[in-house]
Design a protein around this ligand. Sequence first.
Ligand code: IPM
Ligand code: MG
Length: 356
Amino acid sequence: VIAGDGIGREILPAATHLLDSVSTHHGFKLRYQRYPWGCDYYKEVGSMMPADGLGQLAASDAILLGAVGAPDVPDHISLWGLLIPIRRGFEQYVNLRPVRRLEGVGGPLAARGDAIDFVIVRENCEGEYSQVGGRMYSGTDQEVAVQSALFSRLGIKRIVDYAVDLAQSRRGGLVSATKSNGIFHSMPFWDEVCRETCAARGMEVSLRHVDALAADLVLRPANFDVIVASNLFGDILSDLGAALTGSIGLAPSANLNPSGAHPSMFEPIHGSAPDIAGRGIANPTGQIWAASMMLDHLGEPEAGEELLGAVEATLAESGVRTPDLGGTASTAEYVKAVEERLHERRRGESHQRQAQ
Ligand code: IPM
Ligand code: MG
């Protein structure tokens, strides 16, 4: 467990509290190892995590992460010191980001009532997020910065393969986000490997330029099922998707190492939100949903479903909402409402059993 910074420290305890409740009910126990890593740690020690941080994490079955980043530490230092090394070091090459409108949550498209239920399969280890490049002539008028994106056949193929598997288990629609009209080398390569991989799997894929795709996601979100995207495109589209469903506070993500060779990591898609940190009003839904995805991954899908179901029921029935959704509830009040739904459902189950 790495709560990290800002609201990470408020929403993470919310998630573990609820995890304890569902795991007890389902007859298993989660053992947490808590790591105090993040920006405060950095200010004290000079690094975001210890040099053997990944070695310490390697022993765990999964990593639950809150958020990373603080206003007084440059973002590229904090993120490249903690979040990104974990994603890469543990080859968590799939960043799975479900975008689903939950009942009872309005959002900017509420009046139209579109059904929104798609998944972004974001490449998580290469692409535009690379350390290849550099700066020269610093501080002069000639100053330049070069940043190289890095795309490999293996990297593209494995993420597209994952997206094909997912699309085949869902409604079967696969869209790939590209920009091969403006980006000369990497995106035509992305398209080529994507086409080949899909053809080999007998899967139809629609290649869409990411600018038009972004517009279409706003205009016709119901048309989408699975979207496979490079690291940066997936990042941008997932914030867009979350906003369409009502709040960026709602959306979860799973950083998966599909081989199981290293632990996978579960986190909300949003950041540490310094503007509201410390006020106890953050929406913990993205974190709780991520925890539910973690339970699925750990082989406890019923517990995962129960947890997410209680969140959905809270939003659909209770009217308890955090300020990002137009409500006045604190994080703690919202968590209490979710817990009440968990208890209610269990009472319902035991009534059913008695009636049988
Ligand atoms: C995300 C975040 C990160 C990313 C940042 C904090 C580096 O925006 O997980 O979406 O871009 O991957
Ligand atoms: Mg992001």
